[in-house]
Unconditional design. Structure first.
Length: 95
């Protein structure tokens, strides 16, 4: 992850988008095929809710009621938010 991307990842902005995502405000969108919700953050960044229908530990946590979302750009995972706690990821790993 380059320095410019790190600058764009503002934890406070991510938390505000996370709140919007799970409250269902008007600027929340859905992917047509999966129905998964997301919020545009700007700079090509999106905050995408965890798809609970996937087979991962994060999906399992979402099925258990945890609120999980990912900041992504071009398929790369840049940050994870679990129940409002933002973690900036150092690589494109999913954890």
């Amino acid at each position: 992850m380059n320095d410019e991307t790190k600058t764009e990842l503002n934890p406070d902005e991510i938390r505000r988008a996370f709140d919007k995502l799970f409250v269902g405000e008007s600027d929340v969108r859905r992917f047509p095929r999966s129905g998964v919700r997301y919020v545009e953050l700007g700079h090509g960044l999106r905050l995408v809710e965890q798809n609970p229908n996937k087979k991962s530990r994060w999906a399992e946590l979402a099925r258990q009621g945890h609120r999980i979302a990912w900041v992504m750009r071009d398929g790369e995972y840049l940050a994870r938010v679990v129940d409002g706690e933002v973690e900036i990821l150092e690589t494109d790993r999913m954890g």
